[in-house]
Structures are given as C-alpha cells and as structure tokens.
Ligand binder design. Structure first.
Ligand SMILES: Nc1nc2c(ncn2[C@@H]2O[C@H](COP(=O)(O)OP(=O)(O)OP(=O)(O)O)[C@@H](O)[C@H]2O)c(=O)[nH]1
Ligand SMILES: [Mg+2]
Length: 459
C-alpha cells in the first residue's frame, strides 16, 4: 500500500470470496465511479438511479462484449460506505465472470483495490474510526460467537465511546488545573487540589479496569492455545478426541504413539480454544519420538493453558511433580485420566494445582467439569461481563491504554512528589494523546498500513 493513499483515483475490487458461488459482489469507489459505471453498464444512461438496484447488461468498455447481466447500485458521496461515489455490482458467481467484469472495470479507468482499501478510505473520510475499522476486520475473520459479540459492539462504537469518555475525563481534569492556575495566589483556589486528584484517580481506575480485559480479549481472536501434556499413555490423545468429539488422534496401548503435535479447534460456550495433542514426555533414544517431544516442549512454552494428564489412582512421579512445579498454576489444569479404570471416586494425589479434574474418555465423565475449568481459566475475567461491555481485543489497544495509564499514574506520582500541578499536567496531555491515537483521531501512516494490511481486497 502506498505511504499516502491517493483518493483522487478510482478503485475496483471483488468483495466476495473467490470460488464457486451463486453471486459475487464487485465494488468501485472514487470520483470516477459514475463514469466507470456509464462505460461498463451503458444501458443505464448517464444519470444512474441513486440507491436502488437496477438490472443491467455489463459490457467491456472497449469491445462492447456482453460479460454478464447483474444488479447495479449507485451510492453518491458522501452517503456511501467509503464516503465517496460508490458503485456495487452483483454478478453471477464463480471464478471467471467476476474476474471478467473486474477486467472491464479496470479497462474503464479503475485501479485494482489494495487489501482493506475501501475501509481505509471510509476511515480517512471520517465514516468510521480506527476501532470500528478493526471491528470490521474481526467480524470477517472471527470464528467464535464471543469475538463476534465483541466486534459488533466495537463496530457500534462501544469501545470508541468508552475511550472517548476516558479522554474527556482527563481533559476535564486538565481544565480544572488551568482554572486553578489563573487564580491569584492570595485567594483560596477555586478547585481544591484534592478534588482534581480524586478525579484523576477515578480515571486511572477506569483505564485499569478496561485494560484488565486485554489478556482474555486478545485470546478471542486466535483462541486459547490449550496443550495436552503428560507421560506416554496417560490418555492425552483419548482426551483430545473426547473433547473434540472426533477420532482424530491415533490411540493405542503402545506408549509413545503420538509423535507430531495435532491441533483441533474447540468452541466452549462461544469461546475459542486451539487444542493441541502432543507426544508423551519421557527420556527416549528414538530420534523420531525425541523430535516429537521437542515439538511438545515448544507448544508448552507458547501455551495459554496446559492440561497436564496423569492416570487417576496413582501418585505423581517426581518428574511429573517437578514439571508441574514449573508451570503457572493459574494456567494449568491437572487432569486425572482413565477414571473408569480406577474405580469410582478414587483420586490421585494433587500437588498444589487447584481444581484437579477426574475424567474418563470412553465414559465421558468429568468432561463437563473439565470444559468449565478450561473456560474459567482462559476467559474467567470476561465471562461474567455483559455482552455489550467493551473489551480490549488487540495488542494495539492494550499498548495505548498502558501508555495512558502510566502517564496518568505519572501525574499522580509527580504531584505527590511536590511537582506543581501545572507542570505535572503534561502527563495528562500525553495520556489524552495516547487515547486519541487509539480511536484514530491522529494516526500515522504505518499504523494505518498495519491495521488495513490484514484486510481482504474489496473490504
Ligand atoms: N479405560 C480407559 N482407557 C483409556 C482412557 N484414556 C486412555 N485410555 C487407554 O490408554 C492407552 C493410551 O491412551 P492414549 O490416549 O493413546 O495415551 P497418550 O497419552 O496419547 O499416549 P502417547 O501418545 O503414547 O503419549 C490406550 O490404550 C487407551 O485406550 C480412559 O479414559 N479409560
Ligand atoms: Mg497420544
């Protein structure tokens, strides 16, 4: 994407996914859209009807060849998605027809659209803010209901409004400070410093609360990486299959059956997980198994959650205890497997990992409890939030909020150290600027390139 986008040219792209399908949608936007439409759909005349669909013969502008008959709509600026003159053309689907119509649009004077360029223009023309643009991307890419809910709310400016409220509260505190400075020293200041301090502390608490949704909010996008680990034959692959409800992983009584890591997606209550079965951990002289164990360790290092499997009814081996000790208890579930073999209610010894869960893969017992434990461990902080509560779902958001929080804290610290309020207030200005960046009030080109580069063409 060019460093500074040219908005005086007209772009075209296929907005629907390539492949066999009933219809495809092409989009054109820019100042030449009306002219392009006149050349590709000459039957509509010079003044296309506005905001209604018209059936039109679609022709190549140079050869006049009939390429398709499609439904055409014209949205004049500024009342369109991008804020510019926009044409939408629904053609028959498949691979060839939409491509031929796109070629015709290019021959009529369009340039091929870059990924995300329509939404980028919408942003640059003030039709949506940066948080809303990101929500559009999440709505397209999201695979879980939880991310869908968060993106819809973000697209409706839920997060933008929350960030703007925080920014206004900071600016309000700055205004109180300015008001106090202007007062002659011999008088009582009109705003007691304690009141300003309380207002800033309140903002700090609100930023911190929003930021607290970040780790879990970010997991909504990729899914919580949940790794099954344990000694060979502890029943990892059987549990993997039972949780996914498929027979994907090979299960045998031979220890060391699983070699490569196997990944499956799992959705619990609308929350996404990436479940990974791995090779059993043990000392081995078999090079293939050794590589599998190496892969398992790499997954473990990246895991958001570890399901450590050990057969029920036996004490944990010293290596298992040592391994568990190296894991973060908040991100670990100790699963005592094969409960049906051990007789009912017999539990092995836990080792300080809270919430040990007893399961049987063939009988399905304990799986409900295990699913609950997974949900609580991975998404506990946001599970209870009402559907419309704003969530921080991207590192970009978290970074801006952390910067704002640190500056607000910086103001309070400076003030506590005797720095006069009017000097300490520069921290508040920087905090407000970080929040403005988040919504995209002022944003540099490379941030835009990063945000819109992940989009598909035609969006
Ligand atoms: N009865 C019973 N048998 C189980 C259960 N889970 C696993 N098994 C048996 O235990 C053996 C090992 O199971 P796997 O699921 O392959 O164990 P694993 O941990 O994946 O083993 P590796 O891949 O070798 O590391 C198989 O014979 C399974 O049928 C269970 O819950 N109940
Ligand atoms: Mg296995």
């Amino acid at each position: 994407m060019s460093a500074s986008p040219l908005r005086d040219d007209t772009i075209a792209g296929i907005a629907t996914a390539q492949g066999r399908g009933a219809v495809a949608l092409l989009r054109v936007t820019g100042p030449g859209a009306r002219d392009v439409l006149r050349r590709v759909a000459p039957g509509l005349g010079d003044a296309p009807a506005v905001r209604v669909q018209r059936l039109a013969a679609l022709r190549h502008p140079e050869t006049g060849e009939l390429l398709d008959r499609g439904l055409v709509s014209f949205f004049p600026a500024p009342g369109s998605y991008t804020g510019e003159d926009t044409v939408e053309i629904a053609t028959h689907g498949g691979v060839l027809t939409p491509q031929l119509v796109l070629d015709a649009l290019l021959a009529a004077g369009c340039r091929p659209a870059e990924p995300g360029e329509f939404t980028r223009r919408a942003y640059l023309n003030g039709k949506l803010d940066l948080l809303q643009a990101e929500a559009v991307l999440d709505l397209i890419d999201g695979r879980s209901r939880a991310l869908h809910r968060a993106s819809i709310h973000q697209m409706e400016r839920g997060l933008s409004r929350r960030v703007e409220e925080l920014r206004e509260a900071i600016i309000g505190a700055e205004a109180l400070i300015v008001y106090s400075i202007d007062f002659p020293e011999e008088d009582e200041p009109p705003v007691p410093p304690a009141r300003i301090r309380a207002a800033v502390e309140d903002v700090l608490a609100r930023i911190t609360r929003l930021l607290a949704t970040a780790p879990e909010g970010e997991l909504l996008r990729e899914g919580a990486l949940t790794v099954l680990a344990g000694r060979p034959n502890s029943g990892k692959s059987s549990l993997f299959n039972a949780l996914l409800g498929t027979e994907r992983a090979i299960v045998t009584e031979v220890p060391g059956t699983t070699r490569d890591a196997l990944e499956g997606t799992l959705t619990l209550d609308g929350y996404p997980f990436r479940l990974v079965d791995t090779a059993g951990l043990r000392e081995t002289s078999d090079p293939v198994e050794g590589i599998g164990i190496e892969v398992a360790r790499r997954y473990l290092a990246a895991a958001d959650l570890v399901l450590f499997c050990a057969e029920a009814g036996r004490a944990l081996e010293p290596e298992e205890v040592a391994f568990l000790d190296g894991l973060d208890p908040a991100r670990t579930v100790l699963v005592r497997t094969q409960a049906d073999r051990m007789g009912n209610g017999v539990r092995g010894t836990g080792n300080g990992v809270p919430g040990e869960v007893l399961v049987s893969a063939p009988e399905g017992t304990g799986l409900g409890e295990l699913r609950e434990a997974l949900l609580r461990r991975a998404f506990g902080g946001i599970l209870g939030e009402p559907g419309e509560a704003p969530l921080v779902t991207r590192e970009r958001h978290a970074r801006a909020l952390r910067a704002a929080r640190d500056e607000v804290q910086g103001f309070l610290d400076a003030q506590a150290n005797g720095v006069p309020m009017e000097y300490a207030a520069t921290h508040l200005q920087t905090a407000a600027a970080a929040l403005e960046d988040l919504v995209g009030a002022v944003t540099v080109d490379d941030v835009l390139a990063r945000v819109f580069g992940d989009f598909c063409v035609g969006k």
